[in-house]
Design a protein around this ligand. Structure first.
Ligand SMILES: NC(=O)c1ccc[n+]([C@@H]2O[C@H](COP(=O)([O-])OP(=O)(O)OC[C@H]3O[C@@H](n4cnc5c(N)ncnc54)[C@H](O)[C@@H]3O)[C@@H](O)[C@H]2O)c1
Length: 425
């Protein structure tokens, strides 16, 4: 099958790199986003997200005309849906409104022989039970008149452009022919294996991957609390346990964030609550970890009322600007609720404005007269700080490290009392 024209719906962390990579490989791409700011920014040569190398490739393919951007789809040979699938905060149900409306926007343009691929992370059976009925309103039959597939994305933010091409990709069709059509679309640029399966298996694969990560981080987080109460250094204990040839414990931290690992396990719990007690518990353990961070700060500082704290990092993981579902943000909120005055510095989003949270554009502004410095995210630039210089700017000498990013001796030499997550006395 030859795909000359592709329409990608959703131009975020997944859709924009995907659209640009197809365009770079000779496919004429229309990138569609319902957010006018996104479309305007891209048309004006800007970029609304931070991802290494993305600016260059986007400018390149916009310049050659292989990528155009618009608010609405047009007829094409293939459509990819890469819109958000968050959850409802109150009951953690998957919020499928964007997926639904993207499918509805495709329906009037659908033609015989087209391929539609859903990439958004979705609850099991979404492709067959939600997408098929919407697209069949076109009068065409799914799997007969047009192909339909689910293909999960598993790229790592920060390395998206490379991983899009190199990672193995699963393509699940609602029929074998749909899987084959999906295979041929991604073969345009994917160098990793492309494995064909059915749509519901492909949906499960994505949810299983992220749930596996979540429960493994949950056990590391629980170990951090156990080590703290038994007077053990969890970092040392993990590195020793990992010498066992069949053990690989992950790293604990202030919690689990981002809009994938902290969200996707709920899609399985929602789909089958009575048979997912383990997955639910892991989610609850990880969601409770920011509270444990609060207790470490209380131990280091005594009452938090009126204490000034410089919080380093708000992103959900190192070296990205993504603050969604970030446990670092949750820790700051908890500190504020306990009466502390927190100035947060996020170098990848220095002017981020978040409800009821004060961010400052430089590290210096966060540190001035602070009683404590708190490391929440392992951004590269936070690992090698000038501790003497920091001591001069701060009032207090309390440092708290939630990610084992700092050298103990260095901080102690500068006069700090360093408290580390998972290190009991
Ligand atoms: N970011 C990741 O690392 C990652 C990894 C794997 C899977 N995913 C999944 O991929 C999907 C997209 O994630 P993302 O990080 O790219 O999201 P994002 O929020 O960065 O971008 C989504 C874009 O879709 C747009 N949009 C919303 N509704 C739309 C509609 N009806 N039509 C067209 N555009 C619409 C939004 O305006 C936004 O610009 C989600 O399901 C996510 O779970 C993300």
């Amino acid at each position: 099958m030859k795909f000359q024209k592709l329409c990608v719906l959703g131009l975020g962390y997944i859709g924009l790199p995907t659209a640009s990579t197809f365009a770079k490989h000779g496919v004429e791409v229309l990138g569609v986003d319902v957010n006018e700011n996104v479309v305007e920014t891209l048309r004006n040569g800007g970029l609304h997200i931070h991802e290494p190398g993305l600016g260059e490739i986007v400018r390149d393919v916009l310049g050659t005309g292989m990528l155009r951007v618009a608010l609405r789809p047009e007829p094409a040979d293939a459509f990819i849906i890469a819109v958000p699938t968050p959850f409802y905060e109150d009951d953690k149900r998957a919020d499928m409104r964007a997926v639904k409306s993207a499918a509805e926007a495709i329906t009037p343009h659908l033609q015989k022989g087209n391929l539609v691929v859903l990439e958004s992370t979705s609850p099991p059976r979404t492709t067959t039970d939600l997408i098929v009925p919407i697209l069949e309103k076109s009068g065409l039959k799914a799997g007969i008149d047009f192909h339909l597939a689910y293909s999960p994305e598993r790229v790592l933010p920060g390395q998206i452009l490379q991983e899009l091409i190199e990672n193995a990709r699963v393509v699940g069709g609602i029929t074998a022919e749909s899987a084959q059509a999906g295979y041929e679309l991604y073969a345009t640029f994917v160098k990793g294996d492309i494995i064909k399966t059915n749509a519901t298996t492909a949906e499960m694969v994505k949810l299983m991957e992220n749930t596996y990560r979540d429960v493994n981080i949950a056990i590391a987080n629980e170990f951090s609390q156990l080590a703290d109460s038994f007077g053990v250094d969890v970092w040392e204990a993990i590195s020793l346990a990992n010498l066992h040839p069949r053990v690989e414990i992950l790293r604990p931290g202030p919690g689990v964030g981002g809009h994938c690992i902290s969200v996707d396990p709920w899609f399985l719990v929602e789909a089958a609550p009575e048979i997912t007690p383990f997955i639910r518990t892991a989610r609850e353990v990880n969601d409770a970890q920011p509270k444990f961070m609060l207790s470490l700060l209380e131990r280091a500082l005594g009452s938090l009322k009126g204490k000034k704290i410089a919080a380093l990092g708000l992103a959900y993981k190192p070296d990205v600007d993504d603050l969604r579902e970030s446990p670092a943000v949750e820790v700051v909120h908890l500190l504020q609720s306990a009466g502390a005055s927190v100035k947060a510095f996020e170098p990848f989003a220095p002017n981020a404005s978040l409800p009821s949270l004060e961010t400052v554009p430089t590290l210096e502004e966060a540190l001035v007269e602070a009683d404590a410095i708190l490391l929440l995210v392992a951004h590269s630039q936070f690992k090698e700080l000038d501790t003497e210089n920091i001591a001069e700017m701060m009032t207090g000498r309390v440092a708290v490290d939630a990610i084992n990013g700092w050298n103990v001796e260095k901080w102690q030499e500068a006069g700090f009392e360093l408290t580390r997550l998972g290190v009991g006395k």
